[in-house]
Ligand binder design. Structure first.
Ligand code: G1P
Length: 291
């Protein structure tokens, strides 16, 4: 039986230049989708999958993320006095349990592989999840939940993939796989941001991973790859053939909140999806579209 996945690494050191000026003084992960910051969706996705310990790999100007997951005594006290029970619950529910979150800084922007490597001492020698918070998935069971369930069966590494148009392979890590068996595909190769004509397939990594700690042994070497950065994809590729490595095709909705249109789409989609906002949002959209 595979060791249980208890910890997640959340790389949040990125500058968010695509959202300037909004991100001039604010972490991009604190941008809100409807009523909660993007980073909270990733944390909730983990909690729903039974993952309760978090390593946030942060950078300068990311302090609001740490404050967000702390309790907010003055605010909660005021809400209690004003009998704002629902608001109090919202606030308390976004607090991570005491001692369950660590914030460590990636001091130089050397790439995603380096950001994940910065978490190595807090992960130790056990399997762990990685979630890129820019990628928002809202279906149930959650994307990371599906990977954890697959890992329980197969052990080793399991990553989520989705088919993308071939001209987009240069934006993603791309996996080469064997035919599907029991919903999983064995990975035979992996390459970061290949040109469309060189991509081994159109199966893109979508920022959800369950990895074994051996990936740190490869990232330790600090080898650079695509864009001159230390790539997580390259570290993972070194484990292929050494231990089980599977791709799970995610069939739910995924929103790329790393760009403005994807972020806008996520806001509309989440508002249409949620029971408390769906009807009003639908009416609002049809009014705007008529205008
Ligand atoms: C990162 C990863 C890439 C993955 C992508 C998903 O790239 O390096 O393998 O496909 O996230 O969003 P980035 O978008 O940070 O350049």
């Amino acid at each position: 039986m595979a060791q249980r996945v208890r910890k997640a690494v959340l790389p949040v050191a990125g500058l968010g230049t695509r959202f300037l000026p909004a991100t001039k003084a604010m972490a991009k992960e604190m941008l809100t989708v409807v009523d909660r910051p993007l980073i909270q969706y990733a944390v909730e996705e983990c909690l729903a999958a039974g993952i309760e310990e978090f390593v946030f790999v942060t950078g300068r100007n990311k302090g609001a993320i740490e404050d967000h997951f702390d309790s907010a005594y003055e605010l909660e006290d005021t809400l209690v006095r004003r009998k704002k029970t629902a608001e109090l619950k919202q606030t308390e529910d976004s607090t991570i349990k005491a001692g369950n979150a660590i914030f460590t800084r990636q001091q130089k922007p050397l790439g995603l592989g380096h950001a994940v490597w910065c978490a190595r001492h807090w992960i130790g020698r056990e399997p762990f999840a990685v979630l890129l918070p820019d990628e928002l998935t809202i279906d149930k069971p959650s994307c990371i939940g599906q990977l954890v369930a697959a890992h329980d069966k197969t052990g080793g590494n399991v990553v989520a993939v989705m088919n993308v148009p071939r001209e987009q392979t240069k934006s993603y890590g791309i996996a080469a796989v064997k035919p599907e068996k029991d919903g999983l595909q064995e990975i035979t190769g992996m390459v970061e941001k290949p040109k469309p004509e060189e991509a081994p397939s159109t199966l893109a990594l979508i920022g959800r991973y369950v990895l074994t700690p051996e990936v740190f042994d490869h990232l330790d070497k600090h080898e650079t790859g695509a864009g001159g950065e230390i790539q997580l994809t390259d570290g993972m590729a070194k484990m292929i053939g050494q231990q089980p490595f599977h791709a799970l095709t995610y069939r739910g909705q995924r929103y790329d909140c790393g760009n403005r249109l994807g972020f806008l789409e996520a806001n509309i989609a989440v508002a249409l999806h949620r029971a408390d906002t769906a009807v009003d949002t639908r009416a609002l959209l049809s009014r705007l579209l008529k205008g």
